[in-house]
Structures are given as C-alpha cells and as structure tokens.
Design a protein around this ligand. Structure first.
Ligand SMILES: N[C@@H](CCC(=O)N[C@@H](CS)C(=O)NCC(=O)O)C(=O)O
Length: 289
C-alpha cells in the first residue's frame, strides 16, 4: 500500500439496508486521473466505537458501474449477517475522453480489465490494477473502520479475472479470494486478446502478468485457494471466453482451485444472487477467523 492519500470522499447516496447502510462515494483518483465512484456497505457494527471490521472488495464485469452489484446481487443481507464491509469500485476510468474509448462494450469505458496499460494512448488513465491494489485499499483504510489485515477480494467475469490476478500477485494483502464466472485464461480468449493487445501492446510475454492461469502455474506461495463458481448455461462460458477448466487444470501444489460447475445457470446477476451468500460465507470464515 502507498502512504497517506489525501483523497476527499464525497457522499453521493446513503440508504439503510439490513440494519447497515449502503453508501456510494466519489473522489478524485490519482491513478485514474478522473472522478470515480465506489460502493461502500457498512454493516450496523461499523458504527460501534473502536470497530475494525474485515472488508471484502468486489470487482464487476464488462459494462458495469458500481451500481450493478449494489442493486442486483442482494449481497447486503450476507454482508450484514457476517459483519463485512463491502467495497465495490467502477470498472474503468470515466469521462477521460480518449478517442475510441466508447467504440465497443468490451474495451475502453466499462472495460478496464484491472491492468495498468502500457500503450501510450491508455497508459495515463487506464491503471485499474494500481488503482485497486494501491489507491483503493489506502482510501478504504483511511476512511472506514476496516481491519487492513483482513481484506478479501471477489468479482464477476472481467472482475473475477481481476480478483484472481490481484490475489495471486498480492497474496498477503488479500487473505481470501473467490470469483463468479471469471475470465480465467484471458491470453487464450477473444475478450482478453482484444483488451491486452489494446492496453499492453503486441508483446504477449507482458500479458502473462495479468492471466490467472499463467500466474497460478508460476505461483511461488504462500499456499492459496481460489474459490470459483461457474454456470454451465453461461453463453460466454460456451463461447470459450472464460476457460475456468484451464485454471482448474493448473498443477501447482501451492494453488488449490475449488471449481464448482453449476448446472443450468447463466452469466447474469440471477446466477450471482444465487451464490453470493455462499461466497460471503466462504470469505467470512477466513476473514473472521
Ligand atoms: N454486452 C452485453 C453483455 C455484457 C455482460 O453480460 N456483462 C456482465 C459482466 S461480463 C454484466 O454484469 N452485465 C451487467 C448486468 O448484468 O447488470 C450487455 O451489455 O448486456
């Protein structure tokens, strides 16, 4: 984590939910060089004197803002039950006006892929990896009653890729990790090829630093478990965009992939809402231990 940030959070909304409060804040991100929003769920216990609660970070998928998870997953019930603070950022910089950033839904706005871009056109703003790992964790540590030794991370699709790659690269910062339908081997899938070519350029060696399957294969420890739910009726899974089997097949004794294939579930928030309680229970067991 970086040193003290001076980010000033401005409250955008605040709604009571399951005894706690679902809030949205915005602030000026130094990494993204724009105004960005985050969802923050504070369970009731967060307002007790001296509270220091674990925090679970949730990274969204393509086309999402901070709103999708807040409005569609129903996670607040489980965050309240397990006394977890939940932080969910946006999926890219917004309003930075880079030519071509709105041309497609799978690249540019809403599609930051949790990488630090190196291609000059994108490198100034598209720094979602450092934004989450350094800036967001610091902003959260300074502004909310969190125990910074008890951070977990999860996400969906592109955000599942973010959760897995970030945890594999920072296993002491994030103590628990899971994902819903993650893009598990982006260097072999159309979305990943497009995004990594655009953000990282043509040298495919540099892509491996952001590919969960590559990172898991070369992982040096400490031992890590990757908890993964995937619906078998998910069209993006059928189109080989996600490739969770490649990750599950990694043969590294330090990496245990808990791969659950869920019959009949698609890629949507109906799938996430079905299993979000299991994921919160999984994280809470580790973070509240
Ligand atoms: N292009 C389609 C598919 C994109 C998509 O399914 N995105 C997933 C993440 S990869 C999602 O969470 N969409 C927002 C939602 O369902 O609320 C769309 O814009 O709906």
């Amino acid at each position: 984590m970086t040193g003290k940030s001076v980010s000033v959070l401005k409250e955008v909304s605040s709604v009571k939910s399951f005894g706690g409060t679902q809030k949205v804040f915005e602030f000026e991100s130094k990494q993204l060089k724009c105004t960005t929003r985050i969802g923050v769920y504070l369970p009731a216990e967060a307002s007790e004197a001296g509270a220091k609660l674990p925090a679970l970070f949730y990274l969204s998928g393509l086309t999402c803002t901070e709103a999708n998870f807040i409005e569609k997953s129903g996670f607040q019930r489980y965050a309240a039950q397990h006394k977890l603070i939940v932080i969910n950022p946006d999926t890219s910089p917004r309003g930075v006006k880079i030519e071509g950033d709105d041309d497609g839904w799978d690249f540019g706005t809403g599609a930051g892929f949790y990488v630090d871009a190196t291609e000059p056109k994108w490198a100034n703003n598209y720094r979602m990896y450092s934004y989450v790992v350094e800036e967001l964790t610091a902003v959260v540590g300074e502004n909310f009653p969190v125990n910074t030794e008890r951070f977990g991370i999860t996400g969906h699709s592109m955000g599942g890729h973010g959760a897995f790659t970030i945890a594999l690269k920072n296993p002491t910062l994030f103590k628990s990790v899971s994902a819903f339908a993650p893009i598990s081997n982006p260097t072999k899938a159309p979305w990943g090829l497009k995004a990594f070519t655009g953000y990282l350029g043509k040298d495919t060696e540099t892509w491996k630093a952001y590919d969960a399957t590559e990172l898991a294969a070369n992982y040096k420890g400490p031992a890590i478990e990757l908890y993964l739910d995937q619906g078998d009726a998910d069209n993006f899974y059928k189109q080989a965009q996600l490739l969770p089997e490649n990750l599950a097949a990694v043969n590294n004794p330090l990496v245990n992939v808990k791969f659950n294939l869920r019959p009949g579930y698609d890629h949507s928030y109906y799938f996430i809402a079905t299993f979000v309680g299991d994921h919160f229970e999984y994280h809470a067991k580790i973070l509240n231990a």
